[in-house]
Unconditional design. Structure first.
Length: 66
């Protein structure tokens, strides 16, 4: 994966959970189900990073479903 495909607005999973107000389990499901793309952290490959714009875009959909 080249750097030009990686968004510049990345946040970690914990921050994305806070934005959406979901549990760690739900966040894992959103990633697994392909609702959110994830990118490896170049400093710590074990950590996933998410586009904040994608997370924010999912927020209204979750509010409507609730």
């Amino acid at each position: 994966m080249s750097n030009q495909n990686i968004p510049s607005d990345l946040v970690n999973v914990s921050e994305a959970q806070r934005i959406l107000g979901v549990s760690h389990f739900k966040m894992s499901q959103l990633i697994k189900d392909g609702m959110l793309n994830h990118y490896p952290n170049p400093i710590d490959r074990r950590q996933k990073l998410l586009s904040k714009a994608e997370v924010e875009a999912l927020k209204p959909k979750r509010a409507e479903a609730a």
